[in-house]
Design a protein around this ligand. Structure first.
Ligand SMILES: [Zn+2]
Length: 433
C-alpha cells in the first residue's frame, strides 16, 4: 500500500506531465475566489476582449457573423456591449463546426465532445489552457469541501465514478452493472462499503449514489467510520428523496456541479448550498429565464453567447456565508425547447415547473414528479408521494390555470421515480419520436 505522501507526488507528477498550466490556474482561482465583484467583472471584461478579438481574427465563422451584424471587437468597452453579439445555438455549432474551430494557436489541442440536439455528438478541440482551466475549476470546487486534487486518485482509486471518462455510456453500463451486483449480492455491497471507508469523496450519477445510500440504509450498515468529505452528484436532477437517503446514509447531502464540455464549469456548490458561478471562466446571462453562456477560456473553439438550453434563475444579491461574492445560480428549471401539446395549443415544458412551484409555495404541497407525454392533449404525471384525492384536485386546479381544458392530466401516485425511468428529468415527450 502506497503512503498518502507518495500517492500525492505520483499524482502531482502525473498532472504536471499532462498539463502544468492546471496548477497555475488553480492557484489563480484560489486567490481570486474572495475578490470583490467589481474586480471580477473587470477581469471578465479583459478576458472577454481577448476572446472576441481572437474569435474575430482567427475563426471564419465569427468574422462573418460579426461583420454581418456590424459588430467589431473594438466596440466592446463594457460587459453590457456583449449584448450586441448575436446568440450562438447548438444548430449553429453543428452547421459550422469547422469554421468555428481555430487550430493555429501554437498550443496543443485536446479532443472533446458534447451531445448535439439530435443526440449526434459534436466533436471539437479544446486548447490546453482551456482544458487546464476546466480541471482547475473542478479542483477549486473540491477545495471548498476539504478535498485536495491529489486525493482524487489516491483515496478513491477504482471507484471514482467520474463522468469525465471518455465514454459516458460505457461508464453508465459499468455503474448499472455494479448496482445490479449490489442489489443481489450483499457481500459485494459490503466489499464496496469497506472500500468506501478509505474514500475522501464519492462522485457519480446522482441516481447511482442514491441507490448506494438506499442499500446502506436498508441493510443498517454502520457508516460511522466513513470520512467522506464530499458527495457529488452529476449529470442528473437531484430529487429531494435522494437527499433524504444520502443524508441518512452518509451524514451529509449531495452537492452538485453544473457545466458542459463546451461551456466549461458554469457553477459549483459551496458548503452553504449555493451554486456559485465560475465567473473567472464564464459570463452568464439570464434572458427570458434562459441561460446564455460565454466561455471566457474557449480560445480554440469560441463559445460566445451560447444558448445552452436550460432555464435558470440567477441570484446577484444573496451574500453567501462562505465569503464568495460570485453570483449564484439559484435554480435550474429544466430544458428549453420541449413542448407540451394540448389539443389546441402548445406550452413550454417550463409551465409544469410553475404548476408544481405554485403548489409548493401556495399550498405547501411539495411533490416530486415526472411527466410523460405520449399523446397530444394528455399528460401522465407520476408522483412519488402518496397523495390523497383532495391533494390531487389541488394539482389539477393549479394545472388548469395554465392549460384550461386543453390538457388532461393522468395522475399516478406512489411511484418510485428512481427506477421509473433511466432519464431523471421532469418532462419526457414521446411525441414525434
Ligand atoms: Zn457560498
Amino acid at each position: 500500500m502506497l503512503s498518502g505522501m507518495i500517492r500525492k507526488y505520483i499524482y502531482l507528477f502525473g498532472i504536471w506531465s499532462i498539463n502544468k498550466q492546471i496548477f497555475i490556474n488553480y492557484d489563480f482561482l484560489l486567490k481570486s475566489q474572495f475578490e470583490e465583484i467589481e474586480i471580477i467583472k473587470d477581469y471578465q471584461l479583459k478576458k472577454l476582449k481577448e476572446l472576441v478579438d481572437n474569435a474575430y481574427n482567427k475563426s471564419t465563422y465569427y468574422r462573418e457573423k460579426f461583420d454581418k451584424h456590424s459588430f467589431h471587437p473594438n466596440d466592446l468597452t463594457s460587459l453590457n456591449d456583449l449584448q450586441r453579439i448575436p446568440f450562438l445555438t447548438k444548430e449553429d455549432i453543428l452547421n459550422n463546426i469547422n469554421r468555428i474551430q481555430i487550430s493555429n494557436l501554437h498550443e496543443k489541442l485536446v479532443y472533446s465532445e458534447t451531445s448535439g440536439s439530435t443526440g449526434k455528438p459534436i466533436i471539437f478541440y479544446r486548447n490546453k489552457d482551456w482544458d487546464a482551466w476546466h480541471r482547475a475549476s473542478v479542483f477549486r470546487g473540491y477545495s471548498w469541501h476539504g478535498i485536495r486534487p491529489w486525493e482524487k486518485n489516491g483515496y478513491f482509486w477504482g471507484y471514482n465514478f467520474s463522468i469525465k471518462k471518455r465514454s459516458k455510456v460505457a461508464l453508465l453500463d459499468y455503474l448499472q452493472n455494479q448496482f445490479r451486483i449490489f442489489s443481489y449480492n450483499t457481500s459485494e455491497l459490503k466489499r464496496f462499503i469497506g472500500k468506501l471507508k478509505k474514500a475522501k469523496y464519492l462522485e457519480g450519477y446522482s441516481s447511482a449514489i442514491y441507490e448506494v445510500a438506499k442499500m446502506i440504509n436498508e441493510n443498517n450498515i454502520d457508516t460511522s467510520q466513513f470520512n467522506l468529505e464530499m458527495i457529488k452528484g452529476t449529470s442528473e436532477k437531484i430529487f429531494d428523496k435522494y437527499q433524504e437517503e444520502v443524508q441518512q446514509a452518509f451524514g451529509k447531502k449531495m452537492i452538485s456541479e453544473y457545466g458542459a464540455a463546451e461551456a466549461g464549469i458554469i457553477a459549483f456548490e459551496c458548503p452553504q448550498g449555493n451554486m456559485h458561478i465560475n465567473m473567472e471562466t464564464v459570463i452568464i446571462e439570464e434572458i427570458n429565464s434562459e441561460i446564455i453562456v460565454t466561455n471566457l477560456v474557449s480560445k480554440s473553439f469560441p463559445i460566445i453567447r451560447y444558448k445552452l438550453g436550460d432555464y435558470v434563475v440567477i441570484d446577484q444579491d444573496t451574500k453567501c456565508k462562505c465569503g464568495m461574492k460570485h453570483f449564484i445560480i439559484k435554480e435550474i428549471m429544466g430544458r428549453v425547447g420541449k413542448v407540451i401539446y394540448g389539443l389546441m395549443h402548445q406550452y413550454p415544458s417550463l409551465t409544469l415547473y410553475y404548476v408544481f412551484k405554485n403548489l409548493a409555495m401556495e399550498q405547501k404541497l411539495i411533490l416530486n414528479y415526472q411527466a410523460i407525454q405520449r399523446n397530444k392533449g394528455v399528460i401522465v404525471i407520476s408522483i412519488e408521494q402518496n397523495i390523497n384525492e383532495n391533494e390531487k384536485n389541488l394539482l389539477i386546479k393549479e394545472a388548469e390555470k395554465y392549460f384550461k381544458n386543453d390538457l388532461t392530466l393522468v395522475i399516478e401516485v406512489g411511484i418510485d421515480l428512481s427506477v421509473h425511468s433511466k432519464k431523471k428529468v421532469d418532462f419526457i415527450s414521446e411525441i414525434g419520436i
